[in-house]
Design a protein around this ligand. Sequence first.
Ligand code: NIG
Ligand code: FE
Length: 409
Amino acid sequence: MRKLYKNIGQLVQTREGKNKLRGEEMNLLPYINNAFLIINNGKIENFGSMSQLIDEKSFDEIIDVKGKVIMPTWTDSHTHLVFAASRVNEFVDKINGLSYEEIAAKGGGILNSAKKMEEIEEGELLKNAKILLNEAIKYGTGAIEIKSGYGLSKNAELKMLRVIKQLKEYSPIPIKATFLGAHAVPAKFKQNKKAYIEILINEILPVIAEEKLADYIDVFCEKNYFTSDETDKILQEGAKYGLKPKIHANQFTSIGCIEKAIKNKAVSVDHLEVMKNTDFSALENSNTIATLLPGCSFFIDIPYAPARKMIEKDIAISLATDFNPGSTPTFNMNFIISLACIKQKLTPEQAINAATVNAAAALELSEETGSIAKGKKANIMIMKPYIKSYKEIPYYFGTNPVEQTIVSQ
Ligand code: NIG
Ligand code: FE
């Protein structure tokens, strides 16, 4: 199947883009005005300016997009998309003045999701997740990471991971699975966290390896959750099974998590709302990507990660939703780009680079997605006619600027 898209008003992010972008490179977003794009069996065959298009004959389909903007799909490299139910009651508690930490302390939060996860049937969980995944795709997500971490017991963690595995088979977009058993300490292990960590390591990890249920390992490294030493230990055990780290770090406090993540060769450290100088210096000379989640800051009203300072220090940053029922109930990457511009003062170029090229790198998918480049998967978005330039994506905040997401054609 060979398809020609012609009269593209702006074809955005046209670059090889196999590497992470840093510093000054983040300001450059290559594009071609009045362009064409050829897709052959789901892969990008060629693209260029309309004036260079010589032959319009040998195509199975020719689509005249009449001046619309086309760009590569977003990569959402941090989500908790599989969950049993919303936590809308906590939303109301929050409106009435309780903080995220206070809600967690009174039995809400992650433990509340875990209770619901224990009860739900696998089939129901899968059905819910399919609905959400399809919605995310409609908003332009073309590759996604999904974590476990609402199970917090052997059975329930494996149930979540098996659902993610089934989603991988069902999904038209690439999915990476992350084991987040160390998301919170279950109530019955409150006095004996060590025993829970032993279960993660000795009982759950071997099954994950056996059934190939995860690509990455994550820990919520945070005060009242897991210390940096516990994180270090869990990451080392994960590495024995080939699971690379992508961890939750520095959301509320800075307790040495970033250093441990880098020591364990983390692909990314995610959140980073609270950063000490030592955290910056650890990240500065590393290959680890800083994944920022401004939707979480927006929803639970906490500081935004210092994105500009990271770019100034040549740290590779990416953007993701953190979609989950507690701290970030949105899968809308377009809104995340708006928040990054409005609240973190990134330029549209920096934000879009962070959510495409660098986000693909955060899932080790740079070879197949993240930019318009010959040979890459043709996972693309056609924007709605009111979007005349990529700069208008963050500008029209809260809307869905995506008319059509085209994946795996
Ligand atoms: O990334 N911070 C830890 N985990 C999630 C929130 C989980 C929840 O509240 O359900 C996050 O924000
Ligand atoms: Fe998260």
